[in-house]
Design a protein around this ligand. Structure first.
Ligand SMILES: NC(=O)c1ccc[n+]([C@@H]2O[C@H](COP(=O)([O-])OP(=O)(O)OC[C@H]3O[C@@H](n4cnc5c(N)ncnc54)[C@H](OP(=O)(O)O)[C@@H]3O)[C@@H](O)[C@H]2O)c1
Length: 241
C-alpha cells in the first residue's frame, strides 16, 4: 500500500503494537511521528528502525490524557511536516493494571478513563483540522469485547461506540477501530499461553504485525468507503468468550 509522503502520528509508538505500526507505515513510505510517555529508550529504538527504512521521523514525548501536551505535539508535527494524514490512537497500558473493587485505587480508575477514553478524544480534537484538510483518517485501538468488567476492559470497550460517535462527528474524515485479541507484547509463560490458546479459534497467540497490517489497511485508500467500523483481529477469540 502506498503511503509515500503521508504523515502518520502513532501514539504509544514506544510499545509493542505502536512500534510495529510505525515500522509498517515506514516500510510503505510514510513519515512518522513517534509519540511516547515514559519509555524514551524504546521510542529511540523505534525512531532508529523507522529512519533506517529511508523515511523522515521524529519522536515526541506527550501524555495523551493532557490537552496542552497533545496540542504541543500537534503543533510540533505541523512545524516539522506541515500536515497530518493519519492518526493512530494506540496508547494505553497493556497488560493493564488491575482495579480492585474492595480496595479501590480511584486515581488508577481516573487514569484509565483519561488515557483510554479521553485520550482518544483529545488527540482526535487537536489533529482534526489537519485531517480534514488532508482527507485523512483516524484508527483507534480498542477492545470490542467486554465480558463485564469494572476497570480497564470497560474503558477499552468504550472505544467502539466512541469510534462510531467520532465517525459521525468528523466525517468526511474516516474513523475506524481495530480490536486486537491476545497479542504477545509482554512476557508470557508457557502455562499462560496455553490458557489463552483455549480461547482462540485459530490456535496461535497474535503478533503485533497482525494488528499493524489491519491498521495500515484501514488507513489506506483501499478502505476509503469504510468508517465507524471495528475490525476484530483476534483469531476468532470474540466468538468464544
Ligand atoms: N497486547 C494485547 O494483547 C492487546 C489486546 C487488546 C488491546 N490492546 C491495545 O493495543 C494497544 C497497544 O498495546 P500494547 O500491547 O502494544 O501495549 P504496550 O506495549 O504496553 O504499549 C503501550 C504504549 O502506550 C504508551 N502510553 C501509555 N500511556 C500513555 C499516555 N498517557 N500518553 C502517551 N503514551 C502512553 C506507552 O508509552 P511509554 O511506555 O513510553 O509510557 C507505550 O508506548 C493498547 O491500546 C492496548 O489497550 C492490546
Amino acid at each position: 500500500m502506498e503511503f509515500k509522503e503521508k504523515v502518520v502520528i502513532i501514539t504509544g509508538a514506544s510499545g509493542g503494537i505502536g512500534s510495529e505500526t510505525a515500522r509498517i507505515f515506514a516500510k510503505n513510505g510514510a513519515n512518522i511521528i513517534i509519540n511516547y510517555l515514559s519509555s524514551p529508550k524504546k521510542a529511540e529504538e523505534t525512531l532508529e528502525q523507522v529512519k533506517s527504512l529511508g523515511v523522515e521521523a521524529i519522536k515526541i514525548k506527550a501524555d495523551i490524557s493532557k490537552p496542552n501536551e497533545v496540542q504541543n505535539m500537534i503543533t510540533n508535527t505541523i512545524k516539522e511536516f506541515g500536515k497530518i494524514d493519519v492518526l493512530v490512537n494506540n496508547a494505553s497500558k497493556h497488560p493493564p493494571p488491575i482495579f480492585n473493587f474492595h480496595t479501590p485505587d480511584w486515581d488508577l480508575w481516573k487514569k484509565m478513563v483519561h488515557t483510554n477514553i479521553l485520550g482518544i478524544i483529545i488527540c482526535s480534537h487537536f489533529a482534526f483540522p489537519y485531517l480534514r484538510e488532508s482527507n485523512g483518517s483516524i484508527i483507534n485501538i480498542v477492545m470490542d469485547h467486554d465480558p463485564g468488567g469494572l476497570g480497564y476492559v470497560l474503558t477499552k470497550a468504550a472505544g467502539t461506540p466512541l469510534t462510531r460517535g467520532l465517525a459521525k462527528k468528523l466525517a468526511p474524515v474516516r474513523v475506524n477501530a481495530v480490536s486486537p485479541g491476545v497479542i504477545e507484547t509482554w512476557e508470557m509463560s508457557e502455562e499462560e499461553k496455553n490458557e489463552w490458546l483455549k480461547t482462540i479459534i485459530i490456535k496461535r497467540i497474535g503478533h503485533p504485525i497482525d494488528i499493524a497490517r489491519a491498521i495500515l489497511f484501514l488507513a489506506s485508500d483501499e478502505a476509503s468507503y469504510i468508517t465507524g467500523e471495528t475490525l476484530h483481529v483476534d483469531g476468532g477469540r470474540q466468538l468464544l468468550v
